[in-house]
Write a protein that binds this ligand. Structure first.
Ligand code: 6PG
Length: 264
């Protein structure tokens, strides 16, 4: 399945049979967007997420046929968020991507811009922001070519949780997040950075997401209550890849022209 990079209506929603189909579609997008960015700018800057949903996508990217379709030496990897744990920890978003595909491709170490989860959240956010400034320039906002996001059952995305102060942040690029229950501090890119991306790809799978998918995408005025619903890039596209189980409450929107169903 070849994906093309076009200006889509925002948001563009694709409902696919299952996580496997989402992951292949996302891998095709990744290849297409990387080629387009490398052809026009000489590099591709992507931000990865953690969680369980993107694991299969990452595994696909590190295997045939996708692995050989990307010019990895021109790809720069960042993270939408990170948990404040050492990079060897099971909870580390860096570790997830490293084990699934970064360890299986040839990419200069200097292209991997991980968040230092081993630091406390404030220092981790500060160091990450310095790295972002060095790469994207000292003024203006970073402009990612591709931002890969997931959505929690509470509508969080990256580590932007409902009601969090980070949602109002207009100066910092990366923000510390202190979580009590469960105790798992984090560092997240801020909303303004996510919304400055050229392409945003949401991956959502499974029946536990059906309610929040409906609340965020169901056109019933609830969208902006949730951080994921605040993702609306000013100069970019958003594509939601959702599996049937997660999309089952969206049935009433079947005739919306921006929602495509696939029976692959
Ligand atoms: C993380 C994330 C987070 C994730 C959602 C969805 O580090 O946990 O980046 O925002 O994308 O919680 O997670 P699942 O894919 O596990 O549903």
């Amino acid at each position: 399945m070849e994906a093309t990079v076009t200006k889509a209506s925002n948001p563009q929603v694709q409902i696919l049979p299952d996580l496997e189909a989402i992951s292949h579609q996302a891998a095709s997008f990744f290849v297409a967007i990387s080629r387009n960015s490398i052809a026009t700018k000489g590099r591709f800057a992507v931000a990865l997420s953690g969680g369980s949903t993107p694991r299969r996508l990452y595994t696909l990217l590190g295997s045939d046929p996708y692995r050989d379709k990307v010019e990895w030496r021109h790809v720069h990897f960042f993270w939408a968020d990170e948990r404040c744990v050492p990079k060897e920890d099971d909870e580390s978003n860096f570790r997830l991507a490293y084990e699934a595909f970064l360890s299986k491709i040839t990419v200069p170490a200097s292209n991997i811009h991980r968040v230092k989860g081993e630091e406390d959240p404030e220092k981790g956010a500060k160091d990450y922001e310095d790295d972002l400034r060095k790469f994207f320039g000292m003024s203006g906002l970073p402009a990612f070519d591709l931002m890969i996001l997931g959505m929690g059952e509470d509508g969080h995305t990256a580590s932007l949780f409902p009601g969090s102060k980070s949602l109002e942040e207009t100066i910092r690029l990366a923000f510390p997040v202190y979580m009590k229950r469960p105790k798992r501090d984090r560092v997240t890119l801020t909303l303004q950075v996510l919304n400055n991306s050229a392409q945003i790809l949401f991956l959502v799978s499974g029946p536990s997401k059906a309610k929040i998918v409906h609340d965020v995408l169901g056109n019933e005025g609830k969208t902006e209550r949730y951080p994921a619903g605040l993702i609306n890039p000013s100069n970019g596209n958003i594509v939601w890849l959702i599996d049937r189980e997660a999309a089952r409450n969206l049935k009433r929107s079947f005739h919306d022209p921006s929602i495509k169903h696939s029976t692959d």
